[in-house]
Design a protein around this ligand. Structure first.
Ligand code: ZN
Length: 276
């Protein structure tokens, strides 16, 4: 099973080791934008993969220019990697499907920041309906019929007569779980339609409202604004992050977001958060 890494700041490798995360399985790296705190760790990761004799393909999604940055560094250190890198440039102007795997899809989504920037949405694929077990037990239904019912297709005999209708034997699939990652962005209500019904939303909250002016100038958001986006989009949970170093105590950030949106949580390094 492949892992995904969303943004890769300078300390990423150190933290991955500290928290004993197996990063050899990282097959996809997504970089939101080219401010150093979001990507300065990528060359270190690439070098470590090389030292560990990686041969698997690594796919990197990121803004135009990131491929050049990587290539120049490899060129001047005369490094020939043991593994291939595929670079996919993200589009900062519109939402796009950028990756389709067996069990999930990933979209990029435009964010408004000082430079080209995208967020990412990871969406679970829920293609099968749920069987109504009680009904299935009453009859001896062949595997072929079950396979067709799971896909929402009625099962018919060779004359085209419906033997089992999908709506009678199955429930609709659960809504797909989604994780949305909005790294650095000014308060932007245009995001709301893209984030409708998201299960877990990570939205930056660099400042609190006292610094609202500063947030606007630097194209960042306040905790209240993150809460407003979460509320308007009707997400299940909001994860806050990217706190300015001026906040030694993060409680005011959490409280400010919770005042607007009760299901707001601080993201803390090393903690695990489930998408539910
Ligand atoms: Zn930034």
């Amino acid at each position: 099973m492949s892992s995904m890494l969303l943004d890769c700041g300078e300390g990423t490798q150190i933290q991955l080791r500290k928290f004993k995360l197996k990063y050899g399985r990282v097959d996809f790296i997504f970089i939101s934008h080219l401010h150093g705190d979001h990507y300065f760790g990528i060359m270190g990761m690439i070098s470590t993969f090389h030292l560990h004799k990686r041969t698997r393909l690594l796919t990197i999604f990121g803004p135009n220019g990131l491929d050049e940055i990587i290539t120049v560094q490899l060129k001047h250190s005369n490094t020939r990697l043991n593994f291939p890198i595929r670079f996919v440039a993200t589009n900062p102007n519109q939402k796009e499907l950028i990756l389709e795997e067996k069990n999930y899809r990933v979209f990029s989504l435009p964010l408004k920041h000082r430079i080209a920037c995208t967020g990412f949405i990871i969406q679970e694929k829920k293609e099968f309906r749920k069987l109504i077990k009680e009904k299935l037990l009453q009859k001896k239904i062949e595997v072929e019929a079950i396979q067709s019912l799971l896909r929402g297709k009625d099962f018919m005999d060779s004359d085209g007569k419906v033997l089992y209708a999908a709506k009678d034997y199955t429930y609709p699939p659960d809504p797909p779980k989604t994780y949305a990652f909005c790294s650095d962005t000014i308060y932007d209500p245009d995001l709301v339609p893209h984030l409708k019904g998201v299960t877990l939303l990570y939205h930056e909250s660099t400042f609190t409202e006292i610094e609202a002016e500063r947030a606007k100038e630097t194209f960042h958001s306040t905790a209240r604004q993150a809460g407003m986006i979460a509320k308007a989009a009707g997400v299940h949970k909001l994860l806050l992050g990217h706190y300015s170093t001026r906040y030694v105590d993060l409680t005011p950030i959490m409280e400010e977001a919770r005042f607007v949106f009760a299901e707001s949580y601080l993201s803390i390094e090393g903690e695990r958060y489930t998408v539910e």
